[in-house]
Design a binder for this molecule. Structure first.
Ligand code: FAD
Length: 447
């Protein structure tokens, strides 16, 4: 039985938890969580002169950011047709533009910080599992051109062999604006960049309690941050961690699918859902080229979707093989399910050895949208729904900028409510996941 081993972690020296620096007594911003969101925010805040500490429960970059598929994708989790219906044309256009800007942001950070993570705009392919999915993709291509002036290409079934060495699909939609990278190399590079900018990073410093001190900022000399805004609550946060306590003028919660009871009000709005990946042995060059001649980021149309891509001659194949987050059980089961799925798509991989399997946790809001904002003085950026590679870096940066400018309410992702569970039937323990899993399987069958 394969045990969890994260392939990406074998490609880079992840930040270590040896010789941990002491916690500072007082900072401008305490960032909770050290993934793309927290580190990109810390880099921006520190570059603009704010004293910032990143507090991480495990090791730096431990969460979804070093375990994902490395696909930097255009668009949001929800189809843009749904986004227009829910929020209107104006806001939908701003949100879609953020998704394009997010990939530019990754490109810019990679260039500026010289992060060696193989970032390349190889495009993404959304593959139709059924003929009627391809009809929907035709509508989607027209809609994206008309409403967003965004060019995507249809790949008819007869031309699929130029894109993918598989007969499993009935055509696809190609978006050349998307890209791919090695996520562990990117998050390790972001950590170095945040430190170089002046942020301090604190592994093994799980935040266990957050309270407001009665003392006001102005009573202290020398503000550590520029986030003081007129009319805002200026009491300090007392941030208790497993390694000591510090005070912060502001807090940014960047804990994604690992959001816990320390920030209960946010935990109750986030559903943690497992996603799993296997990686094969290194394949012969000609076989790898046959599987994905253009090295696209590929995913299918299903609710219970598969996503896959090559990296350095290995097939990296992921999916929502179990709905519950990663544990020994879900990982072992996922290895089997994903191998089966992979061989269905690519019979050529029947004898390929699967060398790695791992899992990570996604963060879904009840409306499947990403949310940024401020809750009782606590800033947050959460609910990436499996679209957080580029968006995490982008929202980390732009939320940090909004914290400094005092205008978080104007952020495009702060323009709609962050819903709680229907009827309040959720306290952070996702009892309904088996039903949701079944429901998605039924939808895949009928749709
Ligand atoms: C298997 C998998 C595949 C994916 N594939 C893709 C993909 O191809 N493309 C894409 O766009 N997105 C993908 N995603 C989603 C993407 O990885 C995430 O959206 C993104 O990494 C979220 O980044 P983050 O910084 O917000 O959170 P994370 O990287 O999850 O970091 C959150 C951190 O917060 C820490 N934390 C939690 N509580 C506390 C506490 N109390 N104190 C201190 N620290 C705490 C955790 O330990 C964790 O390290 C995938 C996710 C998974 C799991």
């Amino acid at each position: 039985m394969l045990k969890q081993r994260i392939f990406w972690h074998d490609t880079v020296d992840m930040p270590s938890d040896k010789d941990l620096p002491p916690l500072p007594d007082r900072v401008g911003v305490a960032v909770i969580g050290s993934g793309f969101t927290g580190l990109a925010a810390a880099r921006t805040l520190a570059q603009r002169g704010t004293r910032v500490a990143v507090l991480e429960a495990e090791t730096i970059g431990w969460g979804a950011s070093s375990r994902n598929g490395g696909m930097a994708l255009t668009g949001l989790k929800l189809p843009m047709q749904t986004v227009i219906k829910k929020y209107g044309r104006g806001l939908a256009k701003r949100l879609f533009q953020c998704s394009l800007d997010s990939i530019d942001t990754v490109e810019q950070i990679v260039r500026d910080e010289k992060i060696d993570c193989g970032f390349a705009r190889t495009g993404h392919l959304l593959a139709a599992n059924k003929p009627k999915h391809f009809d929907a993709l035709k509508d989607e291509a027209e809609f994206m051109a008309k409403e967003f002036n965004h060019k995507v290409h249809l790949v008819p079934p007869s031309e699929m062999q130029s894109e993918i060495g598989s007969d499993a699909y009935y055509g696809a939609l190609l978006d050349e604006a998307s890209g791919g990278l090695n996520p562990a190399q990117f998050v390790a590079g972001l950590a170095r960049a945040a430190e170089n900018a002046g942020a301090t990073l604190h592994a093994r410093a799980r935040v266990t309690n957050l309270t407001r001190s009665p003392e006001r900022r102005s009573e202290r000399s020398g503000a550590e941050t520029k986030t003081a805004v007129e009319g805002r609550d200026t009491r300090r946060f007392v941030v208790e961690t497993e390694r000591g306590t510090l005070e912060a003028e502001s807090v940014l919660v960047a804990t994604a699918g690992y959001t816990g009871p320390t920030t209960k009000s946010l935990q109750k709005k986030i559903i943690p859902i497992g996603s799993f990946i296997i990686a094969t042995e290194k394949l012969p060059d000609d076989l790898a080229r046959e599987l994905s001649p253009k090295n696209r980021m590929i995913f299918d149309y299903k609710h219970y979707l598969n996503y896959f891509r090559l990296w350095d001659g290995r097939m990296i194949f992921g999916g929502r093989a179990a709905f519950f987050p990663e544990n020994e059980n879900t990982i072992a089961r996922s290895a089997e399910i994903l191998r089966r799925e992979m061989v269905t798509v690519y019979p050529q991989l029947h004898d390929a050895k699967v060398e790695y399997v791992w899992g990570g946790t996604l963060d879904f809001a009840f409306d499947m949208m990403t949310h940024v904002g401020e809750d009782a003085g606590m800033f947050y950026s959460l609910g990436y729904a499996g679209h957080g590679v580029a968006m995490g870096a982008y929202l980390g940066k732009t939320v940090a900028e909004a914290m400094l400018a005092g205008n978080i309410k104007e952020h495009p992702f702060a323009q709609f409510d962050f819903p709680s569970a229907p009827l309040g039937l959720y306290d952070g323990r996702p009892w309904f996941l088996p039903f949701a899993g079944m429901w998605h399987k039924i939808l895949d069958w009928v749709e």
